[in-house]
Write a protein that binds this ligand. Structure first.
Ligand SMILES: *[C@@H]1O[C@H](CO)[C@@H](O)[C@H](O)[C@H]1NC(C)=O
Ligand SMILES: *[C@@H]1O[C@H](CO)[C@@H](O)[C@H](O)[C@H]1NC(C)=O
Ligand SMILES: *[C@@H]1O[C@H](CO)[C@@H](O)[C@H](O)[C@H]1NC(C)=O
Ligand SMILES: *[C@@H]1O[C@H](CO)[C@@H](O)[C@H](O)[C@H]1NC(C)=O
Ligand SMILES: *[C@@H]1O[C@H](CO)[C@@H](O)[C@H](O)[C@H]1NC(C)=O
Ligand SMILES: *[C@@H]1O[C@H](CO)[C@@H](O)[C@H](O)[C@H]1NC(C)=O
Ligand SMILES: *[C@@H]1O[C@H](CO)[C@@H](O)[C@H](O)[C@H]1NC(C)=O
Ligand SMILES: *[C@@H]1O[C@H](CO)[C@@H](O)[C@H](O)[C@H]1NC(C)=O
Ligand SMILES: *[C@@H]1O[C@H](CO)[C@@H](O)[C@H](O)[C@H]1NC(C)=O
Ligand SMILES: *[C@@H]1O[C@H](CO)[C@@H](O)[C@H](O)[C@H]1NC(C)=O
Ligand SMILES: *[C@@H]1O[C@H](CO)[C@@H](O)[C@H](O)[C@H]1NC(C)=O
Ligand SMILES: *[C@@H]1O[C@H](CO)[C@@H](O)[C@H](O)[C@H]1NC(C)=O
Length: 850
């Protein structure tokens, strides 16, 4: 894309008569076309993809190839000098005999955003010796970059980025490249696999003014930091000699050390991105000598000390983007500068130890993004702030401060273009403020102390994708409009308030709702039948209310439903056997506990719950609802809402702020279920949590439970179960919790494997049980044969203990805040900082909306 920008400047309209294109070049082009396939173009928000070669044909009246799409000829000679097939939906391999290499007059070759089937770049590329610009970005090339490419000594612009680390620049190396291609002005090597150290040889590319090595370094360092620590080094000093640099992207690496004072030498610098490294020390004053700086991003480093905002305001008058978020420094915002301020569009002061709204915001009229989250700003939002950038602000994040309100009367917020508003985790009191922007996309005001009803004005926000009012003290009835005011709405989170009355009946066909959480309120009445219209619904939590209904088996038609929580309500009656078409095909968590269900356990339902039959997830991820992407400032924003819930597992109530896709749970405890535990439960081979406690179940513990080999938590306590504990249950080596207390079980407790870690209260209240861990010894008639076969000393001798220690903790089914397999969230701000379009294979950035 840079190439396009750069070169489009040179493009002039063709005037006058042109010679026809040369026959040999025409046929080379047609051959090239024929060697490839045109595939279905993928239309996303970015690409204006279309098959340019469609206009290429042999027909007589169309024979002037200079007029074909994507081609430009020299006006005098008629030779094809430019070939631009970017985003042309091409698929296929290119090899050394490709007719492409007959187009020896080419000066400009752009093949980006196609799929060349992991072809290697043929060494015949050297035939195109007149090339000044070459882009193979995002086009599925692979292999070592050939030395012949470095013979293209006229190259000024080279973009090999985003071939997903399949392209290697190792032999020849980046240093060789720097050596040979001395005329380069534009170099894009994001996601090129460079296995050398940080390239000091680059210092010799003295005319290099645009450098984006970001992802190749990331790759390099990420790879090598596992074995050779020397590559997690400081910012290469040599960069400070690249005195024509206007853009320096070094973000997302593991660079350490200080920001070099010599950065002052980069006098042309306009964009400096050092975000997401491990830089430390203080911000050097020489930064303030970079008078041309327009965008500066230091976020997510380990910089410390005190940073004086005045210095930025006084010295860097061209700044429009300043992102200092999430370091270890304190930002002094007590500025005395009030005139001739830079005009900002992006301010990111997340987690900067700020305790008041920075005064300079008074005079900002063009802000699009303002992030002051995770600071210590307390008290009322000052009146003047409600005048800041009212016509331009699209993203505002004040979450995680100590704000108490917006002034007494205000409840309509002034910002008319607001897209994303996050006021969560403050101490806001009074009525719920309503955004005035009808284009609002996400509104998050969870975890405050808001009171009163949901104002009816909410109903006019018909572009909302996510509404999160959870964890407040809101009350009143839910407005009727909630089910249908926005067909875009994907996530509706109202849990942990004081809402009462019935749930609206207005859920309409065509709704995008994927997550509904109404739990922990005082809602009454029945489950609204119109929920059956929410065919995209994945997560429904109506727990902890006063709903009076029978089991809503009709929800089983929802093809995507994964989580159904109805616990702590007044559900009653038998759970009827499922009818065809009501099968909950994707259900993985069902919690019906603490209701008044009667009758037998829903054994035929168990057969249908296919999602619980898989043992392995293909890839470990978090369960979440993804919001529709939207564009702000030319960048796409992907928001998501994690599945979160409180569930009793392993005998305690646990709050899961996130859930992994391994989780499966059936929780039917504290009801009046009768009858036996159906053997059909054994078909749910992926089941990890089963809780049937506090019912009236009778009969034996089925042997088939031992087929549930990933089971981690099994609670059968407080029933009327009889017979022995099946010896086969020792095969459940993942079992970490096994409570059968308060039943009528008898005989010997199985011994070995996990059972040796179980505590005696899990067996209590069964007068007929004996053996470890109970103190009651088994008589001869009670001892089980397996126990004789496998004395525990023998088991230990074979190293079971180590195995046990590994298993006993169980698989990670949910994670407590902190994270195990998630990488850092890419925040919206970091994205918006990229003022200039950047060809990026990593656009899919997530922002945590809730
Ligand atoms: C190159 O690919 C063409 C098909 O596109 C094939 O006919 C030819 O044999 C290939 N040549 C070589 C040297 O692999
Ligand atoms: C893509 O590459 C594979 C493996 O090299 C090859 O078998 C296949 O024919 C290629 N497809 C096309 C359309 O060139
Ligand atoms: C890469 O190219 C594909 C088409 O082959 C396109 O759909 C995709 O959006 C491109 N990615 C980027 C980051 O431009
Ligand atoms: C830069 O080039 C000069 C001469 O071309 C050479 O002497 C010097 O060693 C090079 N510097 C680096 C860091 O490669
Ligand atoms: C950040 O700096 C602190 C000391 O100020 C150090 O303990 C910590 O390890 C550093 N973190 C990283 C990620 O470098
Ligand atoms: C304003 O602040 C700057 C930097 O903190 C300081 O150098 C300057 O003297 C101050 N000016 C006034 C008028 O206080
Ligand atoms: C945050 O700022 C306060 C002054 O407002 C200061 O006392 C405190 O040390 C700062 N904390 C850190 C971690 O820098
Ligand atoms: C907000 O701006 C309007 C007009 O620009 C002005 O009349 C009003 O006094 C301002 N309010 C505050 C609190 O600054
Ligand atoms: C929440 O609101 C109710 C009335 O709706 C009130 O009784 C209660 O004290 C409030 N709780 C808090 C923590 O403000
Ligand atoms: C929502 O449903 C109500 C009641 O059915 C209806 O009156 C209203 O027109 C609907 N609104 C929209 C936007 O569909
Ligand atoms: C919604 O769709 C269902 C079936 O697709 C249909 O029976 C029902 O009448 C529709 N409801 C409305 C309000 O359009
Ligand atoms: C707002 O900031 C908080 C804390 O810094 C962050 O967790 C949250 O994801 C941000 N919200 C949005 C919508 O970006």
């Amino acid at each position: 894309m840079h190439i396009l920008l750069l070169l489009s400047m040179f493009q002039h309209t063709l005037a006058g008569l042109q010679p026809l294109c040369q026959d040999d070049e025409r046929s080379a082009l047609l051959q090239f076309k024929q060697s490839l396939t045109v595939v279905q173009c993928s239309f996303d928000d970015y690409s204006s993809a279309y098959p340019k070669v469609a206009s290429w044909s042999q027909e007589e009246e169309n024979s002037d190839c200079c007029l074909w799409d994507g081609i430009k000829c020299n006006e005098d000679t008629g030779h094809v000098i430019r070939l631009d097939l970017t985003s042309s939906c091409l698929y296929g391999s290119i090899n050394s005999s490709s007719s492409l290499f007959q187009l020896v007059h080419l000066e400009w070759l752009v093949l980006s955003n196609n799929h060349f089937n992991f072809s290697e770049i043929p060494s015949e590329i050297k035939n195109l010796a007149r090339l000044t610009a070459l882009s193979l970005s995002n086009s599925s090339f692979s292999g070592q970059i050939p030395a012949e490419l470095l013979e293209l000594s006229k190259l000024e612009s080279l973009d090999l980025s985003f071939n997903n680390f399949h392209l290697k620049l190792q032999n020849p190396s980046l240093a060789n490249l720097a050596d040979k291609l001395a005329n380069l002005k534009v170099l894009h090597l994001g996601q090129v696999n460079i296995a050398s150290t940080v390239p000091h040889a680059l210092a010799n590319l003295s005319s290099l003014f645009f450098l984006s090595l970001t992802d190749c370094l990331l790759q390099e360092l990420a790879q090598i930091s596992l074995a050779h620590n020397q590559l997690t080094g400081p910012i290469p000093f040599c960069f400070m000699n690249l005195n024509k640099l206007s853009t320096l992207y070094l973000h997302n690496n593991q660079l350490t050390g200080h920001i070099p004072v010599e950065v002052r030498k980069l006098t042309q610098l306009q964009i400096l991105r050092l975000a997401e490294n491990q830089l430390e020390g203080s911000v050097p004053n020489s930064i303030f000598e970079l008078r041309n700086l327009q965008a500066f991003d230091l976020s997510y480093n380990n910089l410390s000390g005190i940073v004086d905002l005045n210095m930025f305001l006084l010295n860097l008058k061209s700044l429009t983007s300043l992102v200092l978020s999430s370091n270890k420094f304190s930002l002094l915002t007590g500025t005395n500068v009030s005139t001739n301020l830079p005009k900002f569009t992006v301010i990111g002061f997340r987690s900067c130890n700020i305790s008041e709204f920075p005064y300079f915001l008074h005079n900002q009229y063009e802000l699009a993004s303002l992030d002051l989250s995770s600071n210590k700003i307390a008290g009322q939002v000052p009146q003047w702030l409600l005048n800041v950038s009212t016509k331009s602000l699209e993203y505002l994040n004040f979450s995680d401060n100590l704000l108490s309100g917006f002034g007494q009367d205000l409840f309509v917020l002034p910002w008319s273009k607001m897209n994303t508003l996050d006021l969560g985790f403050n101490k806001l009191q009074g009525p719920l403020p309503v955004p005035s922007s009808v284009s609002i996309y996400s509104y998050i005001v969870s975890n405050n102390q808001l009171t009163g009803e949901i104002p009816i004005q909410i109903c006019s926000l018909n572009g909302l994708h996510a509404l999160d009012l959870s964890y407040n003290n809101l009350s009143g009835m839910l407005p009727e409009c909630l089910g249908n005011f926005s067909v875009e709405l994907s996530a509706l989170k109202l849990q942990a308030n004081n809402f009462y009355g019935i749930i609206p009946q207005t859920f309409i066909n065509g709704t995008n709702l994927m997550m509904i959480d109404f739990s922990d309120n005082s809602l009454q009445g029945r489950v609204p039948k119109s929920l059956a219209n929410c065919v995209k619904l994945k997560f429904l939590n109506l727990g902890d209310n006063q709903i009076t209904d029978v089991f809503p088996s009709w929800l089983g038609t929802l093809p995507e439903l994964e989580v159904l929580i109805l616990k702590f309500n007044n559900f009653h009656g038998k759970i009827e056997e499922p009818q065809t078409g009501f099968e909950f095909p994707k259900l993985r968590i069902i919690d019906l506990s603490h209701n008044s269900f009667t009758g037998n356990l829903p054994s035929k339902h168990f057969h249908c719950w296919n999602a619980m039959k898989d043992i392995k997830a293909s890839k470990l991820t978090y369960l979440q609802v993804e919001l529709m992407p939207y564009d702000v400032l030319g960048f796409t924003y992907y928001g998501y809402a994690d599945y979160s819930l409180i569930m009793s597992n392993k005998g305690i109530e646990i709050e899961y702020p996130k859930l992994s896709n391994l989780i499966t749970a059936i929780i039917l405890s504290d009801n009046n279920f009768v009858g036996e535990i159906p053997a059909s439960i054994a078909s749910l081979k992926g089941l990890r949590t089963l809780n049937l406690s506090n019912n009236n179940l009778r009969g034996y513990i089925p042997l088939t439970l031992s087929y549930l080999t990933v089971m981690e938590s099994l609670d059968l306590s407080s029933n009327k179960l009889t017979g022995q504990i099946p010896q086969q249950l020792v095969e459940l080596t993942s079992l970490a919790f096994f409570d059968v207390s308060h039943n009528h079980l008898r005989g010997a407790i199985p011994q070995g494997t996990q059972f040796s870690t179980f505590t005696n209260d899990w067996f209590a209240g069964n007068p007929g049980l004996c053996g470890e861990p109970l103190s009651r010894k088994c008589g001869n008639s009670e001892a089980s044969p397996a126990e004789d076969d496998l004395p525990s000393e023998y088991v230990l001798a074979f190293g079971w203990k180590i195995v046990l220690a590994g298993y006993a903790s169980g698989t990670i089914i949910g994670v407590v805040l902190g994270h195990i397999f998630c990488t850092r969230k890419y925040e919206w701000l970091i994205k918006t900082f990229r003022l200039h379009p950047e060809s990026s294979g990593r656009r899919r950035r997530h922002t945590h909306i809730m």
